[in-house]
Design a protein around this ligand. Structure first.
Ligand code: DX5
Ligand code: ZN
Length: 228
């Protein structure tokens, strides 16, 4: 089982309420990635983070990014983001007719391609590109908004995907889960084979506790030792 990666969803952090203070806590908590949701108001019914927010985030934090592109025809727009080696970059199979080209272009930038699927999209859609990606992102809610409820059938989808990857000898390929990854759901997702967790309003940014305390609690829910 791969060591877990926590990827806090930065759209849950209001820039007007001191993103820099939040980042200091995330760094202290040892989070491995920062999840950046880019939404174009067309592929998803919302507008969120863009090229400038990504540029700014790289300036104020050393934590590598995990960029989730929810935009139409991402292969034509990858050049806008100044992608860096080692960054995860997700593109949706539903967002383009040239999916493999989009994944290959991400690799050309030295970044790590991730195939993303909406809850209703079957796993067979990515069968032929599994060898081209470093991770598969399963949306566990319909994309566009924080604070939604889990689409329950996505839990068994994680189990099926883990088996598919392992059967192909792709044990190192990660499964990222995004949407209502609450403390309780994260434990189930981890047991099903997920190893990269987008932490949003239902976990580390919930008002249940302080940020550091929530990060520690999250790690213990998925059976990992706290770092910070
Ligand atoms: C969309 C986002 C959200 C999100 C997760 O891609 O990544 O799913 O902010 O947070 P919650 O815990 O609110 O679902
Ligand atoms: Zn996301």
């Amino acid at each position: 089982m791969n060591k877990a990666i926590l990827s806090p969803s930065m759209m849950c952090v209001s820039e007007w309420r001191g993103a820099e203070k939040t980042l200091a806590a995330l760094e202290m908590g040892g989070v491995e990635r920062l999840h950046m949701d880019v939404m174009d108001g067309e592929f998803v019914p919302n507008l969120m983070l863009g090229t400038e927010s990504i540029r700014h985030m790289r300036e104020i934090s050393e934590i590598p990014l995990d960029i989730h592109l929810m935009i139409r025809n991402p292969e034509d727009k990858l050049g806008w983001f100044d992608l860096r080696p080692g960054e995860y970059v997700s593109v949706h199979v539903e967002s383009t007719s040239h999916f493999q080209r989009a994944l290959a272009r991400i690799r050309d930038f030295g970044a790590l391609p991730v195939a993303a699927l909406n809850p209703a999209t079957p796993l067979c859609m990515i069968e032929d590109v599994l060898g081209d990606v470093d991770a598969v992102l399963l949306m566990t809610v319909n994309p566009g908004f924080a604070g939604q409820k889990l689409v329950p059938q996505t839990l068994s989808k994680i189990t099926r995907l883990r088996k598919m990857l392992d059967d192909e000898g792709l044990e190192a390929t990660r499964i990222e889960v995004d949407g209502n990854v609450s403390f309780e759901n994260a434990a189930k997702m981890r047991a099903a084979g997920a190893d990269m967790f987008v932490c949003g309003t239902s976990s580390i940014f919930s008002r249940q506790g302080g940020l550091m305390e929530n990060i520690r609690h999250f790690r213990s829910c998925i059976g990992e030792e706290a770092l910070g």
